[in-house]
Design a protein. Structure first.
Lengths: 261, 545
């Protein structure tokens, strides 16, 4: 069966068509971006620093409206930010005056749940990310990894269909990042969550191959999508696997080649 | 009437104000450093600034007379006396703002500076001062407005029967009013408006640039210098090429260790240690000296007052406390109104850049117009309607409210306005991403996130409301035929007694007021600032390990 045939059976969750972003007419960051995610798919976007990956992910969430093009969620055009598409930041953003529980409950306010249910949902999400027992701690009393888990729990508590991850592990130490990478795939597609797919932006090529089903490669100036790679390695994946290494090498060459060009 | 003279006088006044604002910023940084380093100094400094901020400009006239006019005399005596009065109008909120900024430096950055053993100079230049720039910027708006608000009593003042004046637009307006030359007054107000709008545009650009460069991931873009301006870069005191944390990380991670021994990075040398101990001892001795002098002077004054007089003072105290209470209610109403305007209109301006480019100078111009020059016009136009439809006590309170509001609303307005702009972009994205309503944003994120700014703004608003209320509570012959006078009010009591030569009565109520303000300074300003440091440092919310 061809690859196109397989995709056509799956439902497209998030899609963007001819997306472009420019600070001015002369300062175009990227253009003609067409990408889509499908149900139960983990998609990654890679590219050199400054090519606009973080801006692109914000365009997908409509936190920064694109200059050109359109974003669709389940076929409906996205025209404003929505908690159905939830973003986890690169710089871990937790509110210092709120406890871990209050930080998570923040994303439930717009759902207008009754307080007991909001409390229960927030506790469940904290438990899901492994933070049970620290609900009443303030972020400054926690490590970077724990703070990022709060941010992820907050994003998941909003019952999003799409989770956007903007280099979520970049500020964590390697041990914590490795442990969180192991958890994240199962976490985002846990039946207890509403998630349908996730989009990851990362510089870490090992991380990208470990997590993704498909990788979009951005490059050039203005940046465009220069390649789309299906990572068809069975899970769980190991960096020691030669196939894993081949994929990393391919991505590296892709980026390096485009940089040289 | 010479338009050129009015233009030159406006320029002279603007230069005077900007120079004195610069002086208050420099002194504010030094005092704020002492306050955050010494709890003892902080306990004296915070109430002291609160008391001074609560004292209206004209209350400083006896000091002006004694120290500058009689001491120095001549042109310089008058000039420095006027400068002192303008300094009084611009400095206190800048000092409180610097203290508040120093108090809320993020813990991890303090630890880095301590870790590398930075001394006073390096800690100030690389940590405290850059961190305080957005908050100092927010206070420049209020200071500039306040200086103009009182310019007619700062540049020209009467001590005894003699009038002293220095060249400036305040003096010109006072002279025009005396000559009933209202055309001259209008032209002067027009020039003030032009000057204020021009300076506000510059301050607006500076504040945005300060937030972009020194705020944590604010929504404002950092403006980089083009190649053409490279040769001027050396003059730009505030240039930064990267964002706040990366900047500090880069600079703090590569300090030029001076005075430290190898293997003991940043360890103080014996000379530095001796200097530090000597400085501390000197400050302590000066503090003790001032304290003893104050106690000694107070005892002398207390014994000089006859026993019967003391009895009269004590007997009048319940009424005075009641009058003070009435004034505190007025101040509370004014502060709540100012806070309401800040939280709605200020928020709208902070989140709509184009609107703020036009409306911020308008707010600044309204704040800066000297009320004594234009308020009689408001009174004359509204009095027939008010007096025909409202009871006297009620419309008098409306006028007092208007004067109180105009004299202080801009403190909390501009502080909050800058505080909102300094909220990190990630927080805005979380708010939008989770579709938080205006009310939820305000309650959960904006108000807590701007808490230190709000404390500074509310503190200055409360302290400065007294001056406007003082003008409104007792204004004889405001339009030539009517007087503005409330039934009960501490400020009216002070004004009446000063006019009748009963200085002792005014001094007694001033002493009671000073005690209340000092307690308020400790209970409100210092304690809330402590709370802000523990919990509401917005910069600590964005974690980039």
């Amino acid at each position: 069966m061809s690859e196109e045939a397989v995709f056509s059976k799956d439902r497209t969750e998030l899609e963007c068509r001819d997306l472009g972003y420019a600070y001015s007419k002369l300062k175009v960051v990227f253009q003609n971006i067409n990408l889509r995610t499908r149900e139960n798919e983990f998609v990654a976007i890679v590219g050199p620093t400054g090519c606009g990956k973080s801006t692109l992910i914000r365009n997908l969430a409509y936190l920064t409206p694109p200059t050109t093009g359109h974003v669709f969620l389940n076929g409906s055009e996205v025209k404003r930010p929505s908690s159905r598409i939830s973003l986890v930041h690169q710089s871990i953003a937790t509110f210092p005056w709120m406890t871990a529980l209050e930080n998570v409950k923040l994303s439930l306010i717009s759902k207008k749940l009754d307080p007991a249910e909001a409390d229960r949902t927030a506790r469940e999400m904290l438990q899901l990310v492994g933070l049970n027992g620290v609900e009443d701690y303030y972020p400054k009393e926690m490590s970077g990894g724990m703070r990022q888990k709060i941010a992820i729990a907050r994003a998941l508590a909003a019952s999003p269909e799409i989770l956007l991850l903007d280099e979520p592990f970049v500020h964590l130490d390697e041990l914590t990042a490795t442990s969180m990478r192991r958890e994240i795939y199962n976490l985002v597609f846990n039946p207890e969550t509403s998630l349908k797919s996730a989009v990851l932006v990362s510089h870490n090529l090992n991380e990208v191959i470990e997590l993704s089903d498909r990788v979009y490669v951005m490059n050039g100036s203005p940046a465009t999508l220069v390649d789309e790679i299906n990572v068809n390695i069975p899970r769980p994946r190991s960096p020691r696997d030669p196939t894993f290494f081949d994929f990393v090498d391919r991505l590296y060459n892709e980026l390096d080649m485009n940089l040289k060009q | 009437m010479d338009i050129l003279i009015i233009a030159l006088a406006t320029l002279a006044t603007i230069s005077r104000i900007l120079g004195l604002i610069a002086l208050s910023v420099l002194t504010g940084w030094g005092l704020a450093y002492l306050a955050v380093k010494s709890r003892r100094f902080e306990n004296i400094y915070v109430p002291f600034v609160n008391v001074l901020e609560s004292i209206p400009v004209i209350a400083f006239l006896p000091i002006v007379l004694l120290v500058f006019i009689q001491g120095l005399g001549g042109f310089w005596g008058v000039e420095i006396a006027a400068d002192f009065l303008v300094f009084d109008a611009v400095s206190w909120n800048v000092w409180i703002g610097a203290y508040q900024a120093f108090k809320t430096v993020p813990e991890h950055l303090l630890e880095v500076s301590e870790n590398y053993g930075f001394g006073f100079g390096r800690t100030m230049l690389k940590l405290y001062i850059p961190h305080s720039i957005p908050r100092v910027a927010s206070n420049l708006f209020a200071s500039f407005a306040d200086a103009f608000f009182y310019i007619t009593v700062s540049e020209v003042f009467i001590v005894g029967v003699k009038t002293y004046q220095t060249f400036g637009i305040g003096t010109l307006i006072a002279n025009f009013v005396q000559e009933s030359n209202f055309i001259g007054v209008y032209y002067s107000l027009g020039f003030i408006a032009i000057g204020v709008v021009a300076v506000t545009i510059v301050l607006n650009m500076f504040s945005r640039s300060a937030i972009a460069k020194y705020g944590v991931d604010s929504t404002h873009e950092i403006k980089h210098h083009g190649p053409m301006s490279r040769r001027f870069r050396g003059l730009d005191l505030f240039r930064v090429r990267s964002r706040y944390l990366s900047r500090y990380a880069a600079r703090l991670a590569h300090p030029r260790h001076r005075g430290g021994f190898e293997g003991e990075v940043g360890a103080p040398t014996p000379v530095r240690h001796i200097i530090r101990v000597a400085m501390k001892s000197l400050i302590f001795c000066m503090g003790v000296g001032v304290f003893i002098y104050l106690i000694y002077s107070s005892i002398l004054i207390a014994f000089a007052v006859p026993r019967e007089q003391w009895n009269r003072y004590f007997a009048s105290t319940p009424y005075l406390l009641y009058s003070m209470g009435a004034d505190y209610v007025r101040v509370l109403v004014v502060t709540l109104a100012a806070l309401g305007v800040a939280l709605t209109f200020g928020y709208a301006l902070a989140t709509h850049r184009r609107a703020s480019l036009i409306l911020a100078p308008v707010v600044q111009a309204i704040s800066a117009f000297p009320a004594p020059a234009y308020f009689p016009i408001i009174f004359i136009t509204t009095f027939p309607l008010f007096s025909a439809t409202l009871p006297k006590g009620f419309y008098t309170e409306i006028y007092v409210f208007i004067l109180g509001f105009l004299s202080c609303f801009y403190y909390v307005f501009f502080d909050f306005w800058i505080g909102v702009q300094a909220i990190p972009t990630q927080f805005w994205e979380v708010m939008r991403n989770h579709e938080l309503s205006f009310r939820t944003r305000m309650r959960r994120i904006i108000v807590p996130g701007t808490f230190p700014y709000l404390i500074t703004g509310i503190s200055s608003t409360i302290n400065s409301a007294w001056a406007g209320i003082e003008i409104g509570e007792y204004w004889p012959n405001i339009d030539g035929t009517h007087s503005l006078e409330v039934r009960d009010g501490m400020m009216k009591y002070i004004g009446l007694n000063m006019a009748n030569g009963q200085v002792g009565n005014a001094a007694w109520v001033s002493l009671l007021f000073a005690i209340v303000v000092a307690i308020y300074g400790i209970v409100f300003t210092r304690n809330l600032m402590d709370l802000a440091r523990r919990k509401y440092v917005v910069e600590e919310g964005v974690y980039a390990a």
